[in-house]
Structures are given as structure tokens and as C-alpha cells.
Design a protein around this ligand. Structure first.
Ligand SMILES: Nc1ncnc2c1ncn2[C@@H]1O[C@H](COP(=O)(O)OP(=O)(O)O)[C@@H](O)[C@H]1O
Ligand SMILES: [Mg+2]
Length: 246
């Protein structure tokens, strides 16, 4: 169980997160929808310690809470074992092969013995459907393939909660599906995931709940069918504008 309380963040005068309270159960897939600039990325970045919040606490299970304003070395270390994040464009090492990119966090972050790490990396490569490209370098991969290796890297951390920040928005349309299929597979395996996405149909199918963010707040949250039948005017306009684009 993940519990976020009173999370606030401003950049200068601009209030970007205006009091986020949220509980996520183990095995939940929570998708975040909402217009650009409403704080979705900032929310994920605060959780993993890439941004400091102005206020807010985070609890994971019964462990001592994190004060998201002050994250010392020990807290950051603990946070980064709790979350792994997949960004909009992959952050692979260009001088390492697909397999080595997945091995790297297991050997450096988790200090797994090489033999075990090798086996686990092969298992992850198969899971993301990339066993044929184990020895390819990132320049030799399509955007979708590179992003699947990026998901493999995030899996390699073995963190209990995965965060995705628009994992398909930098891809060519024909490559979106292969990446969404991998995320869908992880959802079926009941990985706990927080996903920022503009893929409405995907979010609707894969999510246990959807949060609609607007102006730094969670303006609506609920099961997909509740969100689609919600009469919040800002949410209705958002869903209509997005389905026109799709
Ligand atoms: N490091 C930063 N410095 C200043 N402003 C930022 C920074 N990061 C984000 N912002 C601003 O905060 C707002 C919310 O950004 P973001 O969380 O990226 O929104 P979203 O992911 O919903 O599009 C935007 O107006 C953005 O310009
Ligand atoms: Mg964003």
C-alpha cells in the first residue's frame, strides 16, 4: 500500500501540485490523465525523489514515512528501491547492448551475483519480447524496441512500484502498441503501477482506477467506467478533445 498525503510543489510563483492525497493498493494499476502542465510528471518525480516537494509525506506499507521535503541519502536510497521509473524516451546506455542495459541495475544497484543476474536478465528480455535483440546496441533498435528495453531496465531494479511517464508519447504510432502490450502484460501479473498516459483506450482497459489531474489537483478519481461517466465539465472536455485526436 502506497499513501501520499498533502503533496504540494511550486516552481517559483507557480503552484504545480496543490495538495495531492492518494492511496494505491498493492497490485493496482492507476493511470493519470489530464491536460499538459497539470503536474503529472512533477508528481511522479517527487515520488522518486527527482524533485523536492514543498510539503508532503509518502508511506509505503508499514515502513516509516518519507518526508518528501527533506530526503537525505538514506531516504533517497530507500525510495529508489521502492520505485522504478520509465520515462518518455528511453534512458539506455548507448555503449551497452540490450542485455547489458538490463544487467546493469541488477549488478550495480542490487549487487546480484553475475550468474543469477544473467539468468534474470534473460527472463526479463523474454518478458519484454526482446530475446532476439539481446546483443543489439540502442542505435540498432527502433523506438519501440528501445522503450521495451527501458521497461526491462525498470523491471531489473525489482522495485515494488513502477512509474511510467508517457511511455509511448515519443514513439511512431505503429510502435505504440508493442510497448502498451508489455505494460498490459505487467498489469496482468499484478505489478503495482502508476501510469501517466494520453492513450485513453489503453488506460480504460488496463487500469483499476483512473485519476484525472487538473491544475495540480486530482479532480476526479475512480474506476474507468466512473471516470467515463463522470460529469465534471473539465474532464468531459478533456475526454472529448482526446478522443477526437485519437
Ligand atoms: N524544473 C522545473 N522548473 C520550473 N517549472 C517547471 C519545472 N518542471 C515543471 N515545471 C512546470 O510545472 C508545470 C507542470 O509540469 P509537469 O509536471 O511536467 O506537467 P505535466 O506532466 O502534467 O504536463 C508546467 O507548467 C511546467 O512548465
Ligand atoms: Mg509530463
Amino acid at each position: 500500500m502506497l499513501r501520499i498525503s498533502r503533496l504540494r510543489k511550486s516552481f517559483g510563483e507557480q503552484r504545480v501540485l496543490d495538495g495531492i492525497d492518494l492511496e494505491v493498493r498493492d497490485g493496482e494499476v492507476l493511470s493519470f490523465l489530464g491536460p499538459s502542465g497539470t503536474g503529472k510528471s512533477t508528481l511522479l518525480r517527487c515520488l522518486i525523489g527527482l524533485e523536492r516537494a514543498d510539503e508532503g509525506t509518502l508511506r509505503i506499507d508499514e515502513a516509516p514515512p518519507f518526508d518528501l521535503r527533506h530526503l537525505g541519502r538514506a531516504s533517497l536510497h530507500r525510495l529508489r528501491r521502492s520505485f522504478s521509473m520509465v520515462f518518455q524516451s528511453h534512458n539506455l546506455f548507448v555503449n551497452k547492448t540490450a542485455l547489458e542495459n538490463i544487467l546493469e541495475p541488477m549488478v550495480t544497484v542490487q549487487r546480484m551475483p553475475c550468474g543469477d543476474a544473467g539468468e534474470e536478465a534473460s527472463r526479463i528480455l523474454a518478458l519484454v519480447g526482446m530475446e532476439d535483440k539481446a546483443d543489439a546496441y540502442p542505435v540498432q533498435l527502433s523506438g519501440g524496441e528501445a522503450q521495451r528495453i527501458g521497461i526491462g531496465r525498470a523491471l531489473a531494479v525489482h522495485a515494488p512500484i513502477m512509474l511510467f511517464d508517457e511511455p509511448t508519447s515519443s514513439l511512431d504510432p505503429e510502435r505504440v502498441r508493442e510497448v502498451l502490450d508489455v505494460i498490459r502484460l505487467l498489469a496482468d501479473k499484478r505489478h503495482t503501477m502508476l501510469i501517466v498516459t494520453h492513450e485513453l483506450e489503453f488506460a480504460r482497459q488496463v487500469s483499476t482506477r483512473i485519476a484525472f489531474m487538473n491544475e495540480g489537483r486530482i479532480a476526479a478519481i475512480g474506476a474507468p467506467e466512473e471516470i467515463w461517466s463522470n460529469d465534471n465539465p473539465r474532464l468531459r472536455r478533456f475526454l472529448e478533445s482526446m478522443s477526437k485526436k485519437g
